[in-house]
Ligand binder design. Structure first.
Ligand code: NDP
Ligand code: 2IT
Length: 444
């Protein structure tokens, strides 16, 4: 395999999917050497079979708003690869959603799920519908309409969706309810469910907690403690919220949060009381982060991103490509020692190069945000055995999975000079398991 040639060919075949091409372009050069040590991979064209999703469902979703006006949105589900387990991955509801973005996410998910060591293949789905500004009743009708199409193609041993941007506990509840009604079956086809109906403790916390656990492992390789460190977090949704929660517990100082309109800078740090306010603001009132600045009288930068603020650690937790080359240079110039991705692909290729050239600790999302899908995997196990585990039990399993992923990155990503290239480590470790499973199962 020549990575460049495969990438060029995919670019020609899928010219309108830049995020998908970006994700593939980040992975292939890092696995090229390992791949080429296995001539049997090349003969069976494993690389194209791994990069191109198994199948894509695309459908129209029709729903009615509170005034009686009918709307259409697009719905998608990408079933990328099921070599090591049922298709698994979240649903994203956001106005920016398109096929190329979901294909990048499904591709990444395949490697991420492999890294978790749990039996889950890779998938992603969603819609260009945005729940922002919609009433509960509108969100419910949309979720029900979405499910009237998707239900045929998912199932507990087929494909298990969950949340992502714009899909949290409320949406999963509506989606699951409609799925149950259509199938006449009570099964663990979704994860991220409410605790009353099969959800797992720690699932809401898992991505944020997992990212901080992974960060602690990275810092430990340099003998650095997280306590007292200043941290810039972006986003203010599920991942950002529980990242901050854990950081407060560990004695770090979080100075920023953001949403798609701007960011806040709180030099005193977000304490427990302010965190409680953010939880209420975002999850109950569904307000904007600007309101935090008004309440606590701190700086708000409309249209800005937090990366120009001085910090020791940056944890991007909003969306793809939210740190560009200039942002990365600002972070490095301000002395950042670690960047841990809570979001999927938040750093552009140029930004990643800046971090790696500066030899700072940098972990790609597929490794450091794998805690969310890991606890989804644990939710599937609990649903299968019709039992629920305690908070401590799930948290302890999450913690040990994150440590194992870190160890795998170190094993496969340590370079000659001792620098750990977490991108390479995560890609090679994730790839080998899927590749071996695909080879063993024949040409499909
Ligand atoms: P939420 O919808 O809960 O929160 C998303 C946050 O990011 C909001 O603050 C949102 O602001 C902001 N955001 C969304 N789109 C943009 C944009 N285009 N530009 C700037 N800000 C934006 O989603 P999650 O917290 O669940 O997801 C955040 C990231 O983490 C995503 O990349 C997701 O793929 C990833 N992730 C999520 C996991 C999970 O379990 N939930 C697991 C692993 C990764 P606004 O309110 O203005 O839209
Ligand atoms: O990107 C992700 O890993 C998620 N949004 C979570 C997927 C899941 O199935 O829990």
């Amino acid at each position: 395999m020549k990575a460049i040639e495969v990438i060029e060919s995919l670019k020609r075949r899928f010219p309108n999917e830049p995020e998908y091409i970006q994700a593939v372009s980040q992975v292939l050069p890092t696995i090229e050497e390992t791949y080429n040590q296995h001539p049997e991979f090349e003969k069976s064209n494993l690389i194209e079979r791994l990069c191109i999703p198994d199948r894509v469902y695309e459908f129209r979703v029709t729903w009615t708003d509170d005034r009686g006006q009918v709307h259409t949105n697009m719905g998608y589900r990408i079933q990328h690869n099921n070599a090591i387990g049922p298709y698994k991955g979240g649903l994203r509801f956001h106005s920016s959603v398109n096929l190329g973005i979901l294909k990048f996410l499904a591709f990444e998910q395949t490697f991420k799920n492999s890294l978790t060591t749990l039996p889950m293949g890779g998938a992603k789905g969603g819609s260009d519908f945005s729940p922002r500004g919609k009433s509960n009743a509108e969100v419910m009708r949309f979720c029900q309409a979405f499910m009237t199409e998707l239900w045929r193609n998912i199932g507990p041993d087929v494909d298990v969706p969950a949340g992502d941007i714009g899909v949290g506990g409320r949406e999963v509840g509506y989606l699951f309810g409609m799925y149950k009604k259509l199938t006449h079956e009570y099964s663990g086809t979704f994860t991220g469910k409410g605790l009353e109906f099969g959800g797992s403790l720690i699932r809401p916390e898992a991505t944020g907690y997992g990212n901080v656990y992974f960060l602690q492992e990275m810092l430990a390789t340099k003998g650095i403690d997280i306590k007292g460190k200043t941290v810039c977090v972006s986003g203010s949704g599920n991942v950002a919220q529980y990242t901050v929660d854990k950081l407060i517990d560990l004695g770090a100082k979080v100075v920023t949060l953001s949403d798609s309109n701007g960011y806040i800078y709180d030099p005193d740090g977000i304490d427990r009381e302010k965190w409680n306010y953010v939880m209420e603001l975002k999850n109950i009132e569904r307000g904007r982060i600007r309101e935090y600045a008004e309440k606590y009288n701190v700086k708000y930068v409309e249209g800005g991103r937090p990366w120009g603020e001085k910090c020791d650690i940056a944890l991007p937790s909003a969306t793809q490509n939210e740190i560009d080359g200039d942002d990365a240079r600002k972070l490095v110039a301000n002395g950042v020692i670690a960047v841990g991705e809570g979001a999927n692909m938040p750093s552009t290729p140029e930004a990643i190069k800046v971090f790696q050239d500066a030899r700072i600790l940098y972990s790609p999302g597929k490794a450091s945000n794998a805690g969310g899908v890991s606890v989804s995997g644990l939710e599937m196990s609990q649903n299968s055995e019709r039992l629920s585990w305690t908070r401590e039990e799930v948290d302890q399993k999450l913690h040990s999975i994150m440590k194992n992923i870190h160890a795998a990155c170190v094993q496969y990503g340590t370079e000659k000079d001792g620098y750990v290239n977490y991108v390479k480590g995560a890609n090679v470790a994730g790839f080998m398991k899927v590749a071996k499973a695909m080879m063993a199962q024949g040409i499909l």
